[in-house]
Design a protein around this ligand. Structure first.
Ligand SMILES: C[S@@+](CC[C@H](N)C(=O)[O-])C[C@H]1O[C@@H](n2cnc3c(N)ncnc32)[C@H](O)[C@@H]1O
Length: 274
């Protein structure tokens, strides 16, 4: 097992924080070292020094995003952290369906910020179809963004190993996924009536956001965990500003807004309302 030189790790941590807000503490050194070794083995670079010199001297945005993929984690799954979907069903779709709640112009906007390869926004779309009757009479759209080029490519393709969906309810699977044939038999694709509700784009949460909002719901889950406190603080204020009054923010169950200065009201652990 090789380990990075501390000076190289420092240089990497500086780039990761400056560009993407990723907080690479010393505890991440071995992980970064392993991932980098794997990447370098397949690359044209002879060693870390050469790669870092390339990044500093001549890397363009695409090169930097390849480096981001080396460092970042995009683990995700369909209907991850089910309780957020249950909350949405109970407190949003059911009152909307019963006429006890309404949105201006019957417009519903949801943002999956840091959507990874797509299971999160597609789960949100499937969930809306299944819990808001006559969804097509609503102006309903989901925006799905991530920084990783490879993740958003996967999100746009919406093709996944069957293994990722095998534990979902059979009826749901049948209604909203297409099973591959022949060589693709072990793959599924999200069905067109679900895909058409989701727009996938690239966005760095650290940069300015060319997004108008307001959103009714923002899922920003399992990404803040990689940021330091000042970065989380800035992010939370910006998310708050993009929600409409009464709008909902879900963060990952392992994350919290406690210790941050925000006007959000906690309604459940990891669920907040403006
Ligand atoms: C662990 S995944 C979480 C995916 C999904 N939200 C979920 O909970 O299943 C974290 C994602 O955050 C993205 N990410 C990390 N830093 C980011 C940044 N600065 N801007 C946008 N996305 C970022 C990564 O590319 C990755 O896809």
């Amino acid at each position: 097992m090789t380990t990075l030189a501390p000076s190289h790790f420092e240089q990497i941590a500086e780039i990761a924080m400056g560009r993407w807000g990723l907080n690479l503490t010393d505890r991440k050194m071995q992980l970064v070292s392993n991932r980098l070794a794997k990447f370098l083995y397949k690359s044209r670079f002879n060693d870390v020094q050469e790669y870092l010199e390339h990044l500093e001297a001549e890397a363009d945005e695409e090169d930097m995003l390849v480096f981001f993929d080396v460092l970042s984690t995009n683990v995700t799954s369909f209907f991850r952290e089910r309780k957020h979907f249950d909350y949405l069903q109970r407190e949003f779709y059911t009152p909307l369906a019963q006429g006890n709640l309404t949105t201006p112009g019957r417009r519903i906007r949801i943002w999956s910020a840091a959507c990874s390869t797509g299971p999160e926004p597609y789960s949100l779309a499937i969930h809306a179809i299944d819990h808001l009757p006559d969804l097509d009479t609503w102006d309903f759209k989901i925006l799905a963004t991530d920084l990783s080029n490879s993740a958003i490519q996967d999100a746009r393709r919406a093709v996944y190993p069957f293994k990722m969906v095998e534990d979902l309810d059979r009826g749901l699977l049948k209604r909203h996924f297409l099973r591959g044939r022949g060589k693709q038999a072990e793959m599924v694709r999200v069905a067109p009536h679900v895909r058409c509700l989701v727009t996938v784009g690239r966005l760095n949460l650290m940069d300015s956001w060319p997004i108008r909002g307001p959103f009714d719901v923002i899922f920003c889950r399992n990404v803040m965990i990689y940021f330091d406190k000042p970065t989380r603080q800035r992010l939370v204020v910006r998310l708050y500003d993009l929600l409409r009054g009464g709008g909902l923010l879900a963060i990952g169950s392992a994350e919290t807004l406690s210790g941050l200065d925000s006007q959000f009201r906690t309604v459940e652990p990891s669920v907040y309302v403006k």
